[in-house]
Design a protein around this ligand. Structure first.
Ligand code: HEC
Length: 100
């Protein structure tokens, strides 16, 4: 029983930390994508709130690698994600996938 409680607790702490990270990182995205990811960034992108996490990770890594360009603004997004680590991208994707 004690072990189970401990496991539950550490899972909770881990997910809270992840959420905090993602939320902090998302602040610089909110100007274009909206506080809840509900906007079409610069009138171009699709609203990103609630996207599947895997799809978000793929999109962000694509921009970082310079291989994604859906609406002709890929270079702009590359600048936004260039300095993010894989862990940052994971945390952001986790956070955005839960926005509604
Ligand atoms: C200066 C405005 C701006 C900021 C800041 C910005 N974005 Fe974007 N974002 C865009 C535009 C414009 C596009 C469309 C790019 C293209 O042509 O593919 C886009 C596309 C995206 C897409 C793909 C959407 C689609 O329709 O395919 C995702 C996911 C995304 N951004 C996430 C983020 C995240 C996460 C951040 C913060 C780290 C961020 N953006 C910061 C403007 C911005």
């Amino acid at each position: 029983m004690k072990k189970l409680a401990l496991l539950t607790l550490s899972a909770l702490v881990a997910s809270t930390l992840m959420a905090a990270d993602g939320a902090a990182l998302y602040k610089k995205c909110a100007g274009c994508h909206g506080a809840k990811g509900e906007k079409k960034a610069l009138g171009k992108s699709a609203p990103i709130a609630g996207w599947d996490k895997a799809k978000l990770v793929e999109a962000l890594k694509g921009y970082k690698a310079g291989t994604r360009n859906v609406y002709g603004m890929g270079m702009l997004m590359k600048g936004q994600v260039a300095s993010l680590s894989d862990a940052d991208i994971e945390a952001l994707a986790e956070y955005i996938s839960k926005l509604k």
